[in-house]
Structure formats: structure tokens, C-alpha cells
Design a protein around this ligand. Sequence first.
Ligand SMILES: [Zn+2]
Length: 317
Amino acid sequence: MAFSIVKEVIPKEELRVIEPPPPSRRIVELIHEREYVEYIESESKRGLHYIDADTYVNEHTFKVALLAASAAWNAADVSLEVRAPVLALVRPPGHHAGRSGPAMGALSNGFCIFNNAAVAIRNFLGKGLKVMVLDFDAHHGNGTQEIFWHEPRVLHIDMHEYGIYPGTGSVNDVGGEGAKGTKINIPLPHGASDREFMWVVHEVLPRLAEAFKPDVLVVSAGFDSHVLDPMSTLRASDEVFMALGSFVAELVQHRVKGAVIVLEGGYGSALPAGLRSFLRGFSQRAVKERVLIPTKGVWARDVMSVLERFWGIELRG
Ligand SMILES: [Zn+2]
């Protein structure tokens, strides 16, 4: 389904389809503990069952999850080669998977097996590149954040609904020793809609990109913050996803030399709607700048104070 939306929005002459390389265990062992990889392999052999309250595996899971991770790794290589963004349409999703499964004290893997975005990030880091990570899934990317907690070359910006699964992503979580200020958590209040999202997209993201000067970009693209999605109370409209798409296009055009966009969550009709809008914004790059001032939320003031403290960025609230 996701692929048919890509074909619908992106003109044929601008689209190249790449098959993933054969699944590689070595690649996932660069970011996950070997014991965890072995655990998934043996659980997968046992056939269909739940490994925690919301994550299931079946006899194909190990191979398919390795394949997804290999696709993300390869996407980073291809993106640098052709100097164009690569969209990794992979399943299962990955951003909740930490070094050895549930991350930062979460109770489950949240449908994730191996962290595809982290694999792409790791590939870029191995080439000496500075990576900006944008995670706009409705849930906090706790796995990715845990894996690169102490890595100052990874600026991880994560917008998510605060107080839902996995329960992490406080604005005060800014990274470990030596990497403080490189983990920017933007915990949105329940029911946040275009006002809040547009402020982040137009005010926060460009300023951080300007300050960090990334070489490459990795996007954890989840569409469960879309107003049609049943998994969160966030109410981002199609316009928000178009603005996110055009922000990414802008970065790709002017600032970074490679970009990987990895599919994360998105349920019901939110996934096709959000993905379609994101790709439209990406390909048209014509969304009018529209800065909306959020309600005087404590959340926005907290985000502003982190940006000021670590990056010297002063924003309007
Ligand atoms: Zn999600």
C-alpha cells in the first residue's frame, strides 16, 4: 500500500526502486547486543506468539526484520552515492528497539524488532558524518535515543505525545555525558494539533539544523500523530505532514549530502493519508511558510529553554 502511494505522488522519472540486499546479521549486531539478536532468532523459530504485551513474532520475523535493517543500511549507502533521499519502506518498524530490546525502562518493544533508523545512523557515523535525526512518530523514539545517548555526532530531535507509550522523552532528557544538548525531546500535550506542530516545524527544526550543521539526515517517519490515527490523541492535519515533507526537501536540497527516511508507525487510514501528504510536501516544496504561535504551553517554554541553554537559540513562543 505504501509503495502504491509513492508511485502515485512521485513522478515516474524521479523514482528509482531498489531491492534490499540479502539480510545481514552483522549489521544489526553493530547496534544490538548479540544476545538480543539470538533471542529474537530463537523466539522467531517458535512460531507465532507474543514476546511482550504488544510485540509478536512468527517464523518469518527474524529474517524479515534483518532484511528491513539491511535495507536501511543500504539506503544510507545509496543515498550518498546518488545524492538523493532514499525512502526505506520497511516492516516491522524499529524506533522503540534499544540495544537489548525495550529501551530506557519501557515495558515492551512496541511492535519493533530491530532498530532500522539506528542502523542507517550507524552506517553514516562509520563514514565520519554528523547525523541529524528527526523522529515525528507520535511515540517517543526511545530505542534510537538510548542507542546514541552518549553520541554527540547524533542530533536526535523527537516530537511525540507525552505521557503515552513508551513513557519516555521528557524535555529534560538531553543526552548523556559528552553529548548533552544533542537529544532534543519535544513532548507535545495531549490533543496537540496544527498550532503546536507548525511552531515546531517552522521555528524549532530549521534553527536546530542551522546550529548543528548536519552532514546527513535520518527521518523516523511515523504517521500516527495524524488526526485520523487511533493510536494517539495528536491531531496533525495533512498540512502538517506536507510542511514536514517540505522541510526535509529543503534540507536535502541545501544542507545535507544524504538522507534516509525510514517508515515507523501509522495505523488505519492515517498511514496512507500522512505518507501521501508528506511526499506531496516533499516533491512540491511549495508549502507556504506559516508560523503559528502555540498557546502559552509550558511544554513550548521548556523546549525553548533547552534550545537556548545548549544551542544559544532564542525563539518566539
Ligand atoms: Zn508510533
